[in-house]
Design a protein around this ligand. Structure first.
Ligand code: NAD
Length: 331
C-alpha cells in the first residue's frame, strides 16, 4: 500500500524506511506540510501519514477523501490538529502513536527546568568567550521545591517521578487521578491550589476545548510570584500574550516552552535568514528568563524508532482490515 508521508524530514525518511523494510507498506515522502494548498499531493494515495502541524481540517479531510484516501496515520500522540468528526463523516480512519517515548518528553521537561534555573545555555556561551563571572547565574535548589503537574498521564507521571528524585513535593491536577501517582505520594489538589502553591507549573494535559488557554491572565494571577512555567504539551494551553504581561511584571519568573500556539509557521525549518513575522513569539524571545525549544521534546532515537514501528503497524492493520489498535474516534 502506497502511503503519502507529509512534513517529511531526513530523520522521518530514515526511521520509516527502516521500520517498513519487511512490510507491505511503501512510503512516498513529501517535504510539504499537508494543507489546503498541498492536498493535491495526496490524490490516489489510500493512506496519508501526518505529523503535528499538518492541517487535518474538515476541508482538507473532505479533499483527501475525495482523492481516494481512507486512512490517516498520525505519527504523533496528539490529535488536536485532526477534525475527527469530519474523518468519521467521510469514512476516513485515524490512528495515532499513543506513547512512543514518554521518557523523551518528561526528560526534556526536566532539562528545561534545570537549564532555566542553572542557566547552562548562558554558561556555555560565557565560558567559550573567556567570561567566568558568576553574576546573573544564581539559581536555586530544586530539592524541597513544590512542582505542580497538570495532567498525570504517561508523560506527567514520569516527569513527577523524576522530580520526586530531586526531592521535590509534587502537586497534581487531572480529571482522572492516576493510582500509580497516588501510590508514589503525588498529592492531587484543585487547580487553584496547585497554582497557588507551586514553584514550578508544568503542563502535560492534551489540548482540548476545555484546556485551551488553561494558563491565562486570571490563572497567572493565582500563581506564586516568580513562578516557573513549563509547557512541553501543546501551545494552545497557554495564552502567550498573558505570559508576556506576567513576565513584564515579574509575576512569572521563568518560562520554558517546547510548543507554541502558532508554531506551525515557525518550527521544524531553518528560518535563520528570515525575519520572524510573529511579534508575540519575537517578544517572548527577548526575555532573558525565557527558553524556547522548537518542539523537540519527543526527539530521541528511541522515540523515532517507536513512532515508525507503531505507524507502520497501524497502516498494516488498516491494509489487512484488522481492528485498529490505536484508532482515534470523535467523542
Ligand atoms: P496521556 O493521554 O497519557 O495523559 C494526558 C493526561 O491529561 C491524562 O491523564 C488526562 O486525564 C489528563 N487530562 C485530560 N484533560 C485534562 C484537564 N482538563 N486537566 C488536567 N488534565 C487533563 O498523554 P501523554 O502521552 O502524557 O501526553 C501529554 C501531552 O503531551 C499530549 O497531549 C501531547 O499534546 C503532548 N506531547 C508533546 C510532545 C512534544 O514533543 N513536545 C510529544 C508527545 C506528546
Amino acid at each position: 500500500m502506497q502511503v503519502a508521508v507529509f512534513s517529511t524530514k531526513s530523520y522521518d525518511r530514515e526511521f520509516l524506511l527502516s521500520a517498513s523494510t519487511e512490510s507491505e507498506i511503501c512510503y512516498d515522502f513529501f517535504e510539504e506540510r499537508l494543507t489546503q494548498r498541498t492536498v493535491v499531493l495526496a490524490r490516489d494515495f489510500p493512506a496519508v501519514c501526518c505529523f503535528v502541524n499538518d492541517e487535518l481540517s474538515a476541508s482538507v479531510i473532505e479533499a483527501i477523501a475525495a482523492g481516494g484516501t481512507k486512512m490517516i496515520a498520525l505519527r504523533c500522540a496528539g490529535f488536536n490538529n485532526c477534525n475527527l468528526h469530519a474523518a468519521a463523516e467521510h469514512g476516513v480512519k485515524v490512528a495515532r502513536v499513543p506513547a512512543y517515548s514518554p521518557y523523551a518528553v518528561a526528560e526534556h521537561t526536566v532539562g528545561l527546568i534545570l537549564t532555566l534555573n542553572r542557566k547552562f545555555h548562558k554558561a556555555y556561551n560565557r565560558v567559550r568567550e573567556g567570561n567566568f563571572a558568576l553574576q546573573g547565574m544564581l539559581g536555586f535548589d530544586l530539592h524541597g521545591k513544590t512542582i505542580g503537574v497538570v495532567g498525570t498521564g504517561k508523560i506527567g507521571q514520569i516527569a513527577a517521578s523524576i522530580l520526586q528524585g530531586f526531592g521535590c513535593r509534587i502537586l497534581a491536577f487531572d480529571v482522572h487521578q492516576n493510582p500509580e501517582c497516588v501510590a508514589a505520594g503525588v498529592e492531587y489538589v484543585e487547580l487553584d491550589q496547585l497554582f497557588a502553591e507551586s514553584d514550578v507549573v508544568t503542563l502535560h494535559c492534551p489540548l482540548l476545548p476545555s484546556t485551551k488557554y488553561l494558563v491565562n491572565e486570571a490563572s497567572i494571577a493565582k500563581m506564586k510570584p516568580g513562578v516557573m512555567l513549563i509547557n512541553t504539551s501543546r501551545g494552545g494551553l497557554v495564552d502567550a500574550k498573558a505570559v508576556i504581561e506576567g513576565l513584564k511584571t515579574g509575576q512569572i519568573g521563568y518560562v520554558g516552552l517546547d510548543v507554541y500556539e502558532e508554531e506551525a509557521d515557525l518550527f521544524f525549518e531553518d528560518r535563520s535568514e528570515l525575519v520572524i513575522q510573529d511579534d508575540v513569539f519575537s517578544r517572548l524571545l527577548t526575555f532573558p528568563n525565557v527558553l524556547i525549544t522548537g518542539h523537540q521534546a519527543f526527539f530521541t532515537r528511541n522515540a523515532l524508532e517507536a513512532i515508525s514501528q507503531v505507524t507502520t503497524e497501524n497502516l498494516r492493520q488498516f491494509l489487512k482490515g484488522e481492528k485498529l489498535a490505536n484508532e482515534v474516534v470523535a467523542s
